[in-house]
Structure formats: C-alpha cells, structure tokens
Design a protein around this ligand. Structure first.
Ligand code: HXC
Length: 258
C-alpha cells in the first residue's frame, strides 16, 4: 500500500525513509508511525536492503509526537491501546543497521526515534530536546532511558526537567551523535556511511548491531560472552573465509551473506 506520510526509496542496497509531514514539522502521528513500522518491516524483509537511513526535512527531523492527536486522548485511550508501545517495538525489532540523518528539530518523539536508530549523523543545524515536560507529560518512546545512557544523568535530567534544547555541537560533545556535518552535506555523508555498511557482510553488520545493543541490556561478563559467541559463530560463514582470504591476497572481499 502506498505511503502518505513518508517517502521510501530503495537504491543501491540502501532503503532511505524520509519522514514527510512538512506542514507539521514531521510530527509523529499514528499514521506516520504505522507507515514507518511497515516501511521498516519491508526493508528488513527485502533481500536487496542491507542498511536503512531515516531522515526528515532540512527544518525538522521530527518535532515530536503529534500534539493535536495526543490532545484528544484520555488516560484510558492511551493505557488500553498501549500508545506508542507497538510502534516502539516495531522499530526495536529491526535487525538491519539503521542510521538517523538529523537536520533541524529532533524533539520529543523525534529525538527518541533518532536515538532508537543505531547511530545519528547530525547536520550543524540539528537541535535535540525532550520538551514533553512543557506539555504536562514526559517522554514516551524511551527518552528518559536512552538519552541518559547517551549523555549521562545530569544533562539528561536537565533536558527532561527544563525542556532545554541541545545544539549539534553539544550533542557531538556529549556523545549523542556520532558526528556533525554541514547541513548541505548531511545526506551525502549519511548515504556514504550507509554505502560503506552495505559493502560488508550482512552477517557481520547484524551481529555488530546485536552485540552493541546487548551492552545496554546486560552485564559486562554476559555481554562479552555473547559477543564472543557471535564471533565464534561467524567462523562458520563463507564470508569469514572470504574476508580473511581477501586480506591475505591483498584484494577487495566479495561478501555473499553466507
Ligand atoms: C503537532 C506540530 C508539532 C507537534 C510542530 N507542529 N510541532 N504539530 N505536533 N509536535 C506544527 C505547528 O503546530 C505548526 O502548525 C507547524 O507545525 C509549524 O510549527 P511552528 O510552531 O509554527 O514552527 P516554529 O515557530 O518554527 O517552531 C518550531 C518548534 C515548535 C520549536 C519545533 O513547533 C514546537 O515547539 N513544537 C512542539 C515540540 C514538542 O513539544 N515536541 C514534543 C511533543 S510530545 P500550524 O498548523 O500552526 O502551521 C512527544 C511525546 C513523545 O513527542 C512520546 C513518544 C512518541
């Protein structure tokens, strides 16, 4: 089914998902979140896709959950439908690498969506924030948990309690984003990073994603054991044989995801 609130292009093994509600600064309404989940599931199932990039417009990655839509919901509506629960699970379940390319506002659910991606490349115009406190609520897509892990308690607490925005320079300094690039080069840089990922074995990149994410969930001992077992498992792959032979033969590896 066609999408109305996002634009999806698959090219050169990269699925580019562009959030597209320009009149509302890409506010995340239920339709957009449903379409995003569907596009991510399609990309996961599409054998051609080896990396996913999520982006917004120059002015806004996403200015948060749709406040108009939320304003009409009661506690009973939110609780019984588990508002944002299924959407959040749908994104977390994706095993292929996802890059967030962020320009302009990434606020509330927008900041949380970016943090659910595997890494964030930001333009120098990016602004991150969790201003839900101004609406009488708090983050609902993992912001209190993820931002704290990214930037530490003090900064996270200040941002959640005061609603202060963080600019791109501070976001890089604090470890929220992997790097900052000039706004005009954002998509070129994000697609180039995605391209590099597509050249690896998908077995390796999926294992990397799983192992790094495990570091949030478990102890150091369990996490390193899990990593080591994945490492051992990849010794059974043809791509491990190809990668190591290619190095020794001084040639480019040709991975086949086997
Ligand atoms: C619905 C929104 C919106 C939002 C902007 N718009 N953000 N609509 N939900 N989150 C709409 C505005 O109403 C306006 O529509 C149009 O987009 C342009 O926005 P302006 O405010 O006129 O733009 P500007 O003056 O440049 O200010 C930009 C802004 C401001 C600073 C980003 O829009 C803003 O503060 N937005 C809300 C940010 C926020 O509180 N986010 C957290 C949401 S709660 P009209 O029709 O008037 O032109 C949340 C909960 C997370 O995310 C839970 C899990 C998902």
């Amino acid at each position: 089914m066609a999408y109305k609130t996002i634009i999806v292009e698959v090219d050169d093994h990269v699925a580019l998902i562009k959030l597209n509600r320009p009149d509302a600064l890409n506010a995340l309404n239920s339709q957009l979140l449903e379409e995003l989940g569907r596009a991510l599931r399609d990309a996961e199932a599409n054998e051609k896709v080896r990396c996913i990039v999520i982006t917004g417009s120059e002015k806004a990655f996403a200015a948060g959950a749709d406040i108009k839509e939320m304003s009409e919901k009661s506690f009973v509506d939110a609780f019984t439908s588990d508002l944002f629960g299924p959407e959040s699970n749908a994104i977390e379940r994706i095993r292929k690498p996802i890059i967030a390319a962020v320009s302009g506002y990434a606020l509330g659910g927008g900041c949380e969506l970016a943090m659910m991606c595997d890494f964030i490349i930001a333009s120098d115009t990016a602004k991150f924030g969790q201003p839900e406190v101004n609406l009488g609520v708090l983050a609902g897509l993992g912001g209190t948990q993820r931002l704290t892990r990214f930037v530490g308690k003090s900064k996270s607490m200040e941002m959640h309690l005061t609603g202060r925005f963080m600019d791109a320079e501070e976001a890089e300094r604090s470890g929220l984003v992997s790097r900052v690039v000039p706004a005009k080069k954002l998509m070129e840089e994000a697609m180039s990073a995605a391209q590099k990922i597509t050249e690896k074995s998908l077995l390796s990149t999926m294992a990397v994603k799983e192992a790094v994410n495990r570091s949030y969930e478990t102890t150091l001992r369990e996490g390193t054991l899990h990593e080591r077992r994945l490492f051992h498992a990849l010794f059974a792959s043809e791509d491990k044989a190809e990668g190591m032979s290619a190095f020794l033969d001084k040639r480019e590896a040709q991975f086949r995801d086997k």
